[in-house]
Design a protein around this ligand. Structure first.
Ligand SMILES: Nc1ncnc2c1ncn2[C@@H]1O[C@H](COP(=O)(O)OP(=O)(O)OP(=O)(O)O)[C@@H](O)[C@H]1O
Ligand SMILES: [Mg+2]
Length: 282
């Protein structure tokens, strides 16, 4: 055996394959109603994973459990192999998990830079916090550029467009250098131009970060998704690439069934174009 062969350090192989996020047999019950009814899934390092499903499927609840906002009734959540089930929200943030909400939660009376500064102060040491600072500090310059808001750095966040506020919120997550980003419907309410910019931003962030994005917009999903997990009634209905889930009969049944109900005045159809009726290859 050659002495130059490199032997990986013990545990290195496992580390390389340990998913960033693993959810095992998760159940979330609200007064007996199982909003999450036995979900198991893994998200690998660097993935851009889309999480879709009809209204009430349990998408937000799943993100709420991962981020400590809602307690699991059964099952576990592992982050990079560490069991974080039931940990407090602030501890989960410190592990390196960032989360955005559908309604941007930026501070409207502060400028873009001040918002980023505030988010960064969370992880700065006290002496750096006490030092009076001017201009844009190093740790927020890169995120500011990344979200494309350099030109609006000194504008009050309240004067930004809806899309720009969403980007600022993503920037406020980035300054905390999270490993895992969970984004709840980031392109809802955005203009087509803003959607494209957001898709490109997410693609550029994937790899370096692991991203789970909840989305209803199917054109957006088709353009930017890598792997897709479809939730339905608290369970994983289908999982795979866009092509695979689009042609999965189980997915087609759920969405086409809803499309029929919609036409007959029934349920609201929130995901209209994942599959098109008559386009099922038969
Ligand atoms: N705190 C709660 N108490 C009781 N029921 C809840 C609670 N939170 C969510 N639910 C219910 O759990 C189910 C899943 O809700 P969730 O918000 O996770 O769905 P979703 O997939 O995010 O839907 P949407 O696409 O509408 O955002 C729904 O039936 C919802 O009414
Ligand atoms: Mg939701």
């Amino acid at each position: 055996m050659s002495t130059t062969t490199e032997t990986p350090a013990p545990g290195a192989a496992e580390q390389a394959t340990t998913p960033v996020l693993a959810v095992e047999d998760l159940v979330v019950s609200f007064d007996g109603f199982r909003a999450i009814d036995g979900v198991t899934l893994e998200v690998a390092a660097g993935e851009l994973r889309f999480l879709i499903g009809p209204n009430g499927a349990g998408k937000t609840t799943l993100v709420d459990v991962v981020t400590g906002l809602t307690k699991a009734t059964e099952g576990r959540v592992l982050f990079q192999g560490t069991d974080i089930t039931g940990e407090a929200e602030h501890r989960i943030v410190r592990h390196g998990i960032g989360r955005s909400f559908q309604t941007p939660t930026v501070f409207e009376a502060l400028t873009v830079v001040e918002n980023l500064d505030l988010a960064a102060s969370f992880r700065r040491r006290l002496p750096a916090l006490l030092r009076s600072r001017r201009g844009v500090s190093d740790d927020i310059a890169a995120p500011l550029e990344r979200i494309g808001l350099q030109a609006t750095a000194d504008r009050l966040a309240g004067t930004l467009s809806h899309g720009q506020k969403q980007w600022l919120e993503i920037g406020m997550l980035l300054v905390q250098q999270p490993r895992l980003l969970l984004l709840d419907e980031p392109v809802a309410g955005m203009s087509p131009h803003e959607r494209t910019a957001t898709g490109e931003l997410l693609q550029s962030l994937a790899g370096e970060h692991t991203i789970v994005v909840i989305e209803h917009d199917m054109a957006f999903l088709r353009a930017y998704a890598q792997q897709v997990t479809v939730l339905h009634e608290g369970r994983v209905l289908s999982q795979g690439n866009v092509e695979y889930v689009q042609h999965d009969p189980a997915v087609r049944e759920v969405y086409l069934g809803r499309a029929r109900d919609e036409r007959s005045g029934g349920v609201h159809l929130d995901v209209p174009s994942l599959v098109q009726e008559g386009d099922d290859g038969r």
